[in-house]
Ligand binder design. Structure first.
Ligand SMILES: Nc1ncnc2c1ncn2[C@@H]1O[C@H](COP(=O)(O)OP(=O)(O)OP(=O)(O)O)[C@@H](O)[C@H]1O
Ligand code: SF4
Length: 270
């Protein structure tokens, strides 16, 4: 682990908004949604950063096709990796700092939280409109470590990602309770894998009952940011590290993601 750096104080003064992306359990598409929201916001002309703290599987570098680059340090901390020449999408992943990608999962307790604290505090983000923080699934000590470090500065709130199936379980409710207990504002709920978008005729079929996310938002007094269908074209873009938005700008799935990103921006401005 590249932890030989001297500690720095977190400097998010040039970051306008900090948003946590949470999910009650793994596999609901939290990292996919984080990636697509970042791409949609960039598409809308925003400068975006992603902090990938998902120790269970730091997948964002793969989704953005940046591999495992060497991370460099400047006077104010680790320099994020930029996905484009315009430096409009900056990424820092805990995966960059591991010699072995499977290393993080074997860490326990204090070592894990100490590493996260240092990681969260030591990135030189520069000027950003939105920083999205992809957290591990569930609510754990790692979440508290992330929050403790970020909150010293400022967190605007959290976006909760769920699926039609997961909404009926207690996982997402636990996430809501976590936000309430830690004083994190819920910016909104996103229902992912909501219906199946057929790649042949673009028809969307509801395999599982839809609308749970919206209902949950109403019940908890949160904003429903929107739903994203299960779309094989999105799945393969993510797997191949391709920009879905560039490849399928006219798709209903892009339009859903774009509308969520705009509602999120509005929510951040109120
Ligand atoms: N809307 C979608 N349409 C098609 N495939 C999707 C969609 N959302 C997610 N996927 C696919 O589902 C799988 C899991 O997604 P992802 O890795 O984003 O989940 P996650 O919640 O971040 O999981 P974890 O936290 O356990 O890493 C990925 O293979 C991804 O490509
Ligand atoms: S929605 Fe069903 S019927 Fe229409 S193209 Fe897709 S698979 Fe065929």
């Amino acid at each position: 682990v590249c932890a030989a750096s001297t500690p720095h104080f977190i400097d998010l003064t040039q970051v306008r908004h900090v948003v946590l992306v949470l999910s009650g359990k793994g596999g609901v598409g939290k990292s996919t949604i984080t990636t697509e929201l970042a791409l949609a916001l960039r598409h809308a002309g925003k400068r975006v950063g992603i902090l990938d703290v998902d120790l269970c599987g730091p997948s964002i570098p793969r989704m953005l096709s940046v591999g495992r680059p060497d991370v460099h340090q400047c006077d104010s901390g680790w320099v994020p990796v930029y996905t484009d020449a315009q430096k409009s999408l900056a990424l820092m992943s805990i995966g960059f700092l591991l010699e072995d990608p499977d290393e993080a999962v074997v860490w326990r307790g204090p070592k894990k939280t100490a590493m996260i604290s240092q990681f969260v505090s030591d990135v030189a983000w520069g000027e950003l409109d939105v920083l999205l923080v992809d957290t591990p699934p569930g609510t754990s000590d790692e979440h508290l470590a992330v929050l403790e470090n970020l909150k010293k500065h400022r967190v605007d709130g959290a976006v909760l990602v769920t699926t039609p199936q997961a909404v009926s379980t207690g996982d997402v409710r636990r996430e809501i309770t976590f936000c309430k207990k830690t004083g994190v504002r819920i910016l909104g709920i996103i229902e992912n894998m909501s219906g199946f978008a057929c790649p042949h005729c673009s028809e969307c079929s509801n395999i599982f009952s839809k609308g749970g996310g919206e209902e949950l938002a109403k019940l908890t007094g949160s904003v429903f940011l929107g739903s994203v269908p299960l779309d094989p074209l999105l799945g393969s873009s993510i797997e191949q590290g391709k920009d879905f938005i560039e490849s399928f700008p006219d798709s209903a799935t892009f339009s859903a993601i774009n509308s969520i990103s705009q509602t999120l921006l509005e929510s951040l401005q109120t």
